[in-house]
Design a protein around this ligand. Structure first.
Ligand SMILES: Cc1cc2nc3c(=O)[nH]c(=O)nc-3n(C[C@H](O)[C@H](O)[C@H](O)COP(=O)(O)OP(=O)(O)OC[C@H]3O[C@@H](n4cnc5c(N)ncnc54)[C@H](O)[C@@H]3O)c2cc1C
Length: 443
């Protein structure tokens, strides 16, 4: 007798393959498969399986471990509808969690591109639609379907929007436990669906929610996650996802591949990808899924939901941005940029140089550690164009850069570059815009 693989649970993570000292396991079509000639029923693989898909054909009788006494799911004794798994995060021995209610996987292979739609309190994060646009390109390059996942409470409003932005199928989990965002319930919802339907790629916005829940989902699925990607693509030969992001402090752009684990997971910051065309009236298949958890399954409680004043969100929605760098030399010179911004109805922002100098607050920072912006017009004044700044603004529709150094990198991404002294150029531009806007208004 050999180790038994339950294919309805196996996620093809390969942990068992690496663990077996007899090389008795391999992945075949995305599932663990046991070579009966080699397997000696040692059981090493059983212990490392994150989803309890393996069992010994002849299990040795072992004393039952006492469940830990902590509150929440950890204190819940295993029942017929719970299973015991290792709590990797706590590293504290076995704890009981509710079993996946997943029925057998819909397909044998990992297939399809998924986008997790962030929908909370009646509002969808627009990055979800940006990612559906990007997901469309990936799905076309791979030759697979594009699906959206909408998890939350009273989410039906988001379903037609997901179709309008390009999803062919929408998976829905609608449950009161998902009313307010919490890591555990959302992780269970997304990971449970992924185990059941086996998507090849899952994308989510690098928002507060995405940055919190996606690592937890990746850990549960025993796969890799690339955060804050700025470019996504598909290797034409292998169809593997190419995930490009700044690395080593932003000094290089690294393209990261997840060759051996599935799904491939990536987050992308808002405004990095273009918003796709919205086609109202487009429809597709809606798959509604159960969420078989109770409040007692989770360790956190939401006491009160206080909406943010969205101070930091304004920058990524600005249509015209006037952005300043160390070139303005002193805080008092901000007035030059502010006057230009006032004439154009623009939002004032800055580089890290300007923010670190104390000239602007952090919520006005553009770049890798600040906000990614995609305005119609971005005017960079006295900004050199370090890579960490460029990744936050280079997808703007039209870039105007003013710099006295003709070699400044910002000029390479600018549609319109003015080489010269900003103290002369910016006031001249302001006066000219003022004159033209006034005469336009009078005519
Ligand atoms: C991990 C990490 C994350 C980072 N994240 C960010 C980020 O999110 N955003 C960000 O912006 N930076 C970020 N940085 C910092 C980044 O590397 C640069 O140091 C910073 O962007 C430089 O700011 P600056 O362009 O204002 O200043 P400088 O690089 O000093 O550029 C000033 C420019 O002004 C020009 N200039 C000077 N005088 C005049 C004049 N009179 N007229 C016209 N032009 C003039 C100069 O030629 C020069 O090009 C990060 C760095 C690291 C290591």
């Amino acid at each position: 007798m050999t180790v038994v693989v339950d294919k309805t649970k196996c996620i093809g993570c390969g942990a068992c393959v690496m663990e077996c000292p007899l090389e008795a396991l391999e992945l075949v079509d995305g599932f663990a498969e046991v070579d009966p000639q080699k397997c000696k029923d040692l059981g090493n693989c059983v212990g490392v399986c994150p989803v309890d898909a393996l069992s010994l054909a002849n299990p040795p009788t072992r004393p039952q471990a006492e469940p830990p006494a902590a509150a929440g799911p950890a204190s819940e004794a295993p029942t017929p509808d719970t299973e015991t798994v290792k709590d990797a995060a706590a590293g504290s021995g076995p704890v009981a969690i509710r079993a996946q209610t997943a029925s057998p996987a819909a397909g044998d292979a990992w297939s399809g591109v998924w986008v997790i739609v962030e929908y909370s309190h009646g509002e969808a994060a627009s990055v979800s639609w940006e990612l559906l646009g990007e997901g469309r390109k990936l799905a076309d390059a791979i030759g697979c379907g594009l699906c959206a996942v909408v998890a939350g409470y009273q989410v039906d409003h988001a379903i037609p929007l997901a179709f309008a932005y390009g999803a062919e199928k929408v998976y829905v989990i609608d449950h009161p436990l998902l009313r307010d965002y919490r890591t555990e319930p959302y992780m269970e919802a997304i990971a449970g669906l992924a185990v059941k339907y086996r998507p090849e790629i899952i994308l989510m916005g690098a928002t507060s929610m995405g940055r919190d829940v996606f690592p937890a989902v990746a850990t549960r699925l025993q796969t890799a996650l690339t955060a804050d990607c700025t470019v996504l693509g598909v290797d034409p030969e292998t169809k593997v996802l190419l995930q490009t992001r700044p690395a080593f402090g932003g000094n290089i752009m690294a393209t990261i591949l997840c060759r051996t684990r599935r799904p491939q997971m990536a987050t992308v910051r808002p405004r990095v990808m273009a918003m796709p065309e919205r086609v109202d009236g487009r429809t597709g298949e809606v798959v509604r899924e159960e969420f078989n958890f109770t409040e007692n399954d989770f360790r956190t409680r939401v006491v009160e939901f206080i909406p943010s004043d969205a101070k930091s969100a304004f920058l990524d929605k600005a249509e015209i941005i006037v952005s300043v760098g160390l070139g303005i030399a002193a805080k008092r010179n901000l007035i030059i940029a502010q006057e230009l911004a006032d004439v154009l109805g623009a939002t004032l922002a800055g580089s890290r140089g300007a923010v670190e100098a104390g000239w602007l607050p952090h919520e006005r920072l553009v770049g890798q550690t600040g906000t990614t912006v995609r305005p119609k017009v971005y005017i960079a004044i006295g900004i050199s164009g370090a890579i960490q700044h460029l990744v936050g603004m280079q997808t703007s529709d039209f870039i105007i850069a003013i710099n006295n150094d003709p070699e400044a990198p910002i000029l390479k991404v600018a549609n319109f570059g003015i080489v010269g002294d900003l103290f002369q150029i910016v006031p001249a531009l302001t006066a000219e815009f003022k004159k033209r806007l006034q005469s336009g208004a009078e005519n």
